[in-house]
Design a protein around this ligand. Sequence first.
Ligand SMILES: *[C@@H]1O[C@H](CO)[C@@H](O)[C@H](O)[C@H]1NC(C)=O
Ligand SMILES: *[C@@H]1O[C@H](CO)[C@@H](O)[C@H](O)[C@H]1NC(C)=O
Ligand SMILES: *[C@@H]1O[C@H](CO)[C@@H](O)[C@H](O)[C@H]1NC(C)=O
Length: 502
Amino acid sequence: MSVVKILCLLLITCYLSEGKKIRGSRASVTAAVERGILGVKEPYVSSSVFRLFLGDEDTCTLDPLQLHTLASCGFNSSNPLIIITHGWSVDGMMESWVLKMATILKSNLVDVNVVITDWLSLAHQHYPIAVQGTRTVGKDIAHLLESLQREYQYPVRKAHLIGYSLGAHISGFAGSFLQGSDKIGRITGLDPAGPLFEGMSPTDRLSPDDAEFVDAIHTFTHERLGLSVGIKQAVAHYDFYPNGGDFQPGCDFHNVYEHISEYGIHGFGQTVKCAHERSVHLFMDSLLNKDKQSMAYRCSDNSAFVRGICLDCRKNRCNTLGYNIKKIRTVRSKKLYLKTRSRMPYKLYHYQFRIQFVNQTERTKPSLTISLQGTRDESGDLIITIDEGIYGNTTFTFLITLDKDLGELMMLKLRWEASNLWKNMWTRMKNIFPWGNQGSKPQLMLGKISVKAGETQDRTSFCAMNNDGQQIEVSQDKVFVRCKKEDPTLRRRKYNRKVEMN
Ligand SMILES: *[C@@H]1O[C@H](CO)[C@@H](O)[C@H](O)[C@H]1NC(C)=O
Ligand SMILES: *[C@@H]1O[C@H](CO)[C@@H](O)[C@H](O)[C@H]1NC(C)=O
Ligand SMILES: *[C@@H]1O[C@H](CO)[C@@H](O)[C@H](O)[C@H]1NC(C)=O
């Protein structure tokens, strides 16, 4: 663990010490760019190599100067174009996810051109130098798209740029360097890089202006010394923050040993990369598991989300993570939250519980064991501790996630364990007053109980069976069922009858 910490510190020190240089040299980069775009005759020299992906490990290098290579490579101009752009490179090698992503896109979308941007020569540098290269690479992509438009009348809105880390900002720069009124169709930023981009103006990073539609997935925004690997701020129309965005399940530092046994000493790097690269795997998941599309919900922040108060889909407040997102352009960035599993398929089903406690005379922190039964499956026991304590009349809400769809909710079983202190007191009382009636058992009085499923937007209210009252005794398993009056078919029937009578 301490080695990982040192590694992070080294990286950060490197960002900080080189940070200043970059500001100084940005002007010259901009000047070079302007020369390239405005300054006419001299042939454009691209720093990046573009490879059309053909399948397996086969690629064909495109030469933007000799676009006849396009047709011979197998570029089909009636099909959409996806350009994948990698990030900063520590070892100068193309990361393995790039070919994997290309393969998945090609095999799932079929009629599509997949191009890989290779900017390793600029990416394999100290981080700040690599950052300096991002505008250059963005300009290279813009130039490729403009050439396609000119030579093949290929509309830029048929292009979808997918960029990881620094590649996300590169894709954004490609959008801003593009001449003319047409915009790139879509840019997807996969954990856009944070250092030297966080807090910058929209023209200096990926932003919603860079394409018709921009989405971003933030997976490693855990902050150290004021810096985070992934950018924290919203940079898109829809910004997704899986598991709060700062860290990801399955990437914990205790898994470092597992990673070392799997990857050797590079396991350290793998651990650091795990959460950052999770954005990539979440996106692949959306293509691979079509029946398990992850839903995310708009929320002010993650702490509100884990209280379960944000599972609302009205007015486009929810959306699908990944390739199949609903492309709705919004004026302001929307921040969306979701929980995921630690491995593929990542989808979890979100349930919001709302339990009302009534007339609670003593402040208590009850621990509840809950199980839900639906028409398709059951949840198993879920243990919830209400840490903030309840007193008087309190409505408590919380979020539960399950990796299976329960179907329509039918039954809810609740069991309440009082704190040991309270239990002891009660046992002592019983010893002192053994004749005390059963009614003196500690009870929790419950009011309304409801569960809302985020994925279906159905809210189910639960009532005690046989008008048994909503109270629950300590260590008692109490069963609640779907309230009768809530039955939508009944309500509809009643309504219909009314209509008939009229
Ligand atoms: C281009 O793709 C379309 C499908 O979108 C296909 O019908 C057509 O035959 C392809 N053209 C060539 C030259 O392969
Ligand atoms: C709660 O207490 C009030 C009086 O303080 C009483 O009127 C009410 O019926 C009680 N509610 C329940 C559900 O016991
Ligand atoms: C709880 O609400 C009930 C009405 O539903 C009220 O009669 C009672 O006094 C309230 N109890 C407390 C402790 O606020």
